[in-house]
Write a protein that binds this ligand. Structure first.
Ligand code: ZN
Length: 417
């Protein structure tokens, strides 16, 4: 893409203003003028989260501090969140990207948009509100509140589109069920844009079914400016990357070598639009692939990435086998008896227990034992690991504010063996 090459050259020049990036480029013996086209991309050094956390708070800036009109932070699990900066132009581009995200899933003027993400430090709050306003939707900037309260507000304003993390969408479905709300008849919901948390297509189907909506995945990271990197379109077959603003690569996480389409590896993303905080070849730690097929029934020809299979840091190692929690989720959520809540517990000497909430009637009919055995068999077949499955009534597993925790690793916690 011509536009990508032109923007890449400019982005590299901007990034060269950032001392740690300049140092890395010099170490690699590459100057901004060496980068002419996409074929030169692999000459550039990677940047990582460690780079951003190592230096001072403002070390990633490519503009004077007075040029920064907004800061946000990641919701990072590390001690210090990553800070991300925006110039006025950056905010302008970002809101355009998020307006595009909403348009891609089929939202349009006349839709009423509720954002369950807080308008605070995290990017999904103010970001999506700006995008929705830009697209001409009616915005209900609800922010964090109980699922019951969200439902009430959805009803009052006739909300048709909402943004949330997937586990919170499930909690809204739980609350609707508890309150006896007929989601199809009493609510006007039709679209959900979900993400910022690991989830699977199986989880998507379940959320769609329980809330009577179409649900779409979207991808981003605070380091890259927030959400707005990639989004599913109505075809629901991979996420389109906004290639006029980002270059996407997939590399072998060990060697850093670029991989072919359909090969899973670490997503590496170069934002082309960021003035305040340009990054080159940012290693996301997220595992996915670039899809071979560009043609899409929506008409867009932007490259598509797969769903994220997991984060490199979240891989569970059990008896020498490595797996992502998503592999377990995919097996469990294929069954109509479950409600979407589950917890994987690792204990003792690599004992894996999977607790799964099922619908009330399943436990009452004696189908439970059979289902538990079936799940255990299917998990063994998919992951090669023996797992004990325990079925629980709905509402038993702890829900938490913020991102869901699906894995509890207690190995070594109790001391001894
Ligand atoms: Zn498409």
């Amino acid at each position: 893409m011509k536009i990508q090459e032109r923007k890449l050259r400019a982005a590299v020049k901007r990034a060269y203003q950032v001392p740690f990036i300049r140092r890395k480029m010099q170490e690699q013996g590459v100057a901004p003028d060496d980068i002419r086209g996409l074929e030169d991309l692999s000459k550039l050094p990677f940047t990582t989260k460690e780079d951003l956390l190592k230096g001072g708070l403002f070390d990633a800036l490519a503009v004077p501090r007075s040029g920064v009109v907004r800061v946000h932070t990641s919701s990072g699990t590390t001690n210090r969140p990553v800070v991300t900066f925006y110039t006025r132009n950056d905010l302008e581009t970002w809101s355009e990207l998020l307006a595009r995200n909403l348009a891609a899933i089929g939202a349009k003027p006349g839709d009423v948009f509720l954002n369950t993400a807080g308008q605070g430090m995290f990017t999904g709050g103010l970001g999506y509100i700006a995008g929705a306003e830009r697209l001409g939707l009616t915005v209900v900037p609800m922010g964090p509140a109980s699922p019951e309260r969200q439902l009430e507000v959805m009803k009052i304003f006739g909300v048709t589109v909402f943004h949330a993390i997937p586990s919170f969408a499930l909690r809204i479905a739980d609350a609707a069920e508890r309150l006896g709300i007929d989601v199809e008849r009493e609510l006007s919901l039709r679209l959900g844009i979900l993400g910022a948390e690991p989830w699977t297509e199986e989880m998507r189907r379940l959320i769609e079914e329980r809330l009577g909506i179409k649900a779409y995945n979207n991808y981003g990271a605070a380091e890259l400016g927030g959400p707005g990197v990639a989004v599913e379109c109505i075809a629901q077959q991979g996420m389109h990357v906004w290639e006029d603003h980002f270059i996407v690569e997939v590399v072998d996480p060990k060697t850093g070598e670029q991989l072919e389409p359909e090969e899973n590896g670490e997503l590496v993303i170069t934002p082309l639009w960021r003035e305040a905080m340009p990054l080159l070849r940012y290693r996301t730690r997220d595992v996915a692939c670039i899809l071979d097929e560009r043609k899409c029934e929506c008409g867009r020809e932007m490259a598509k990435i797969s769903w994220i299979h997991g984060r490199l840091d979240d891989m569970i190692k059990v008896r020498g086998i490595g797996l992502y929690p998503s592999a377990i989720e995919k097996v469990i959520l294929r069954h109509p008896e479950v409600n979407g809540e589950y917890l994987v517990t690792l204990e003792g000497y690599d004992d894996v227990k999977v607790k799964v909430e099922v619908k009330e009637q399943v436990l009452n009919t004696g189908r439970a034992e059979e289902l538990a055995e079936q799940l255990s068999r299917e998990l063994k077949a998919t992951t090669m690991l023996k797992m004990k499955v325990e079925l629980l009534p709905p509402g038993t597993l702890p829900r938490r504010e913020g991102k869901a925790r699906r894995v509890l690793d207690l190995r070594g916690v109790h001391g001894g063996g």
